[in-house]
Design a protein around this ligand. Structure first.
Ligand SMILES: Cc1ncc(COP(=O)(O)O)c(C=O)c1O
Length: 464
C-alpha cells in the first residue's frame, strides 16, 4: 500500500490497555472468554511476516496453522496491500447484486480456468460458511428447477466441520456445535468418515464410501440433494480418503442423481499441492466451496463454484438463483485474490508444496517414536499427529484426560514455546499443522524441535 509518511505513532492502545479493553469488549469466536484474567493473558498478535507472527510483547511465533488455513502465501505480502489501494483508487465498491465490475469478472474467469472440468460458474460469498450455505441452497434450488423438488437432504460425514450458519451447521457433524442451536435445518444427515486408524484390518477399504450409498438408499434417493465432503477432512484430524474413495463416491452420486459438493474451504489454494483439493485426489465435483486462502484472508472472500450443468437451469429467461449478499465479490477482495493468484503462479507455491510435502511428513513421522504419538496422517502441507494414551492398544484419552492434556497443557505450552498449531479433540485428540506454503526445511525442523519435548512432557503428565 502506498506509504503515508508518519511522524508519530498512531494513537493506538498499547500493552495492558489492549488486554483490558479486549477483556471488557471483545467477544472472540469459539473461545472460552472466562479463561482470561490478570494471570492468563489473551494472546494478542500484532505483526506478521512470512511464516511468523509477533505478539504485543515482541515474542515471535511460527504460524504453524497459517492463521487457520488462511494466509497460505505467508504474512506481510505488501503487493496484496498495494492491490487493495490501487483498487480503492479505481473503484471502491459496487455490489454484484444486479451490477458487475471488472475485478469480479476477471477473478471468476481466472478461477474457472484453474478448476477441473466444467466448474465454470463462480458465485462469490464472504466466508466459507456462506459458500457452504450457498451450495446447499443451490442444490435444493437446482432440483426444484429440474422437477425433483423432493430432493432436499444433505449427507455429510461425522465430525466434519462445514461452518456455522444454520444450513452449513446442518451439514456439520460435531454434536457440541449443533446442539446449542437445535432444531437445525431439517435434512442434514451423516455417514462415517474415513478415519481408518482403528478400523479392523480386514475391512473393505471402500467401506466408508459404500456407507454413502447405504445412507442414500435409507433416506430415499428421491429425497437426497447433495453429498458434501472435504477432500481431506480437517476435523477429526486430517483424515485422508482411502484409495478409490472419491471414484466410488462419484459413481454413487451419479447413480442416484445426487450432487457432489467438494468443501474446499481449507483444501484449495495449494494446501494439498494443487489449486483445488479435488485435483489432488483426482475427482470431479459438481460444486466446489472455497474461502480462507482465496484472497489470502488479507480481506474476507469465499466462493461457490458450480458446474455448467448445475448452472444451466438458472441461465435463461426469468430463472434466477434467489440468493446473494451485498458484499460478496467485493472489488477490493477480488483485486487481492487476483494478486494472490499471481503470487501462487509466479512462485509456484503448489509445486513447492508437492516437492516438500514428503519432507514435512518425514519430519513429523520422526516423532512417531514418542509414546504419545499414535498416528501421523495428512497430505500436502496439512498434517495431524493423533495422540494416544497407549500406543499398542491405540487407546485414546478420556474426556477429562483430553481436556487436561490439550487445554490444560499442550495448547498453552506450545504457544509459550513459539509454535502456533491446533491441539484439538473434536474427534480423538490431535495436533494439527498447516504452515504457510512458503515453509521449508527450517520451519519443519523448528516444528519438530518444539513439539518433541512438549509432547514427551504431556505424556508424562497425563498418561505417565
Ligand atoms: C471445511 C470448512 N467448511 C466451511 C468452513 C466455514 O468457513 P468460515 O469460517 O469462513 O465461515 C470451514 C471453516 O473452517 C471449513 O473448514
Amino acid at each position: 500500500m502506498a506509504a503515508t509518511p508518519q511522524t508519530e505513532a498512531p494513537p493506538a492502545a498499547k500493552g495492558a490497555d489492549l488486554q483490558e479493553m479486549a477483556r471488557r469488549h471483545l467477544w472472540m469466536h469459539f473461545t472460552r472468554m472466562g479463561s482470561f484474567d490478570n494471570e492468563h493473558e489473551m494472546p494478542i498478535i500484532v505483526r506478521g511476516e512470512g511464516c511468523y507472527v509477533w505478539d504485543q510483547h515482541g515474542n515471535r511465533y511460527l504460524d504453524g496453522l497459517s492463521a487457520l488455513f488462511c494466509v497460505n502465501a505467508g504474512h506481510g505480502r505488501e503487493e496484496l496491500g498495494e492491490a487493495m489501494a490501487t483498487q480503492v483508487r479505481e473503484l471502491d465498491f459496487v455490489t454484484l447484486w444486479s451490477y458487475a465490475h471488472p475485478r469480479a469478472i476477471e477473478l471468476a474467469e481466472r478461477i474457472a480456468g484453474l478448476t477441473p472440468g466444467d466448474l465454470n460458474r463462480v458465485f462469490f460469498t464472504n466466508s466459507g460458511s456462506e459458500a457452504v450455505e450457498s451450495a446447499i441452497k443451490l442444490a435444493r434450488s437446482y432440483f426444484k428447477a429440474t422437477g425433483k423438488a423432493q430432493k432436499t437432504k444433505v449427507i455429510a460425514r461425522e465430525i466434519a466441520y462445514h461452518g456455522t450458519t444454520m444450513g452449513a451447521l446442518a451439514a456439520t457433524g460435531i454434536p457440541p456445535l449443533r446442539t446449542p442451536f437445535e432444531p437445525l435445518m431439517p435434512g442434514g444427515t451423516h455417514v462415517p468418515n474415513t478415519d481408518s486408524y482403528r478400523w479392523p484390518e480386514d475391512r473393505d477399504p471402500l467401506w466408508a464410501a459404500n456407507k454413502i450409498e447405504e445412507k442414500i438408499i435409507w433416506e430415499g434417493p428421491d429425497t437426497v440433494a447433495a453429498v458434501i465432503l472435504e477432500p481431506l477432512q480437517n476435523a477429526g484430524g486430517c483424515l485422508p480418503p482411502q484409495e478409490g474413495y472419491f471414484e466410488r463416491v462419484r459413481e454413487i452420486c451419479d447413480r442416484y442423481d445426487v450432487l457432489l459438493v467438494s468443501d474446499e474451504v481449507i483444501c484449495s489454494w495449494g494446501r494439498l499441492g494443487e489449486f483445488f483439493g479435488c485435483q489432488h485426489y483426482g475427482y470431479q465435483p459438481d460444486i466446489i466451496t472455497t474461502a480462507k486462502a482465496l484472497a489470502a484472508s488479507y480481506v474476507p472472500m469465499g466462493a461457490m463454484i458450480a458446474s455448467d450443468r448445475v448452472f444451466e437451469p438458472f441461465s435463461e429467461g426469468t430463472a434466477m438463483f434467489a440468493h446473494g449478499s451485498t458484499f460478496a465479490g467485493h472489488p477490493v477482495a477480488a483485486a487481492v485474490a487476483l494478486a494472490n493468484i499471481d503470487i501462487f503462479e509466479r512462485e509456484d507455491l503448489c509445486g513447492h508444496v508437492r516437492g516438500k510435502s514428503g519432507e514435512f511428513r518425514t519430519a513429523l513421522e520422526s516423532l512417531a517414536d514418542l509414546p504419545i504419538v499414535g498416528d501421523v496422517r495428512g497430505d500436502g502441507f496439512f498434517f495431524a499427529l493423533e495422540l494416544v494414551k497407549d500406543k499398542e492398544t491405540k487407546q485414546s484419552f478420556d474426556d477429562e484426560e483430553s481436556e487436561a492434556l490439550l487445554r490444560g497443557f499442550l495448547s498453552g505450552e506450545l504457544y509459550r514455546n513459539g509454535l502456533i498449531c491446533r491441539a484439538d479433540d473434536r474427534g480423538d485428540p490431535v495436533i494439527q499443522l498447516a504452515p504457510p506454503l512458503i515453509a521449508d526445511t527450517e520451519q519443519f525442523e523448528e516444528i519438530v524441535e518444539t513439539l518433541r519435548p512438549i509432547l514427551d512432557e504431556g505424556h508424562r503428565r497425563i498418561a505417565g
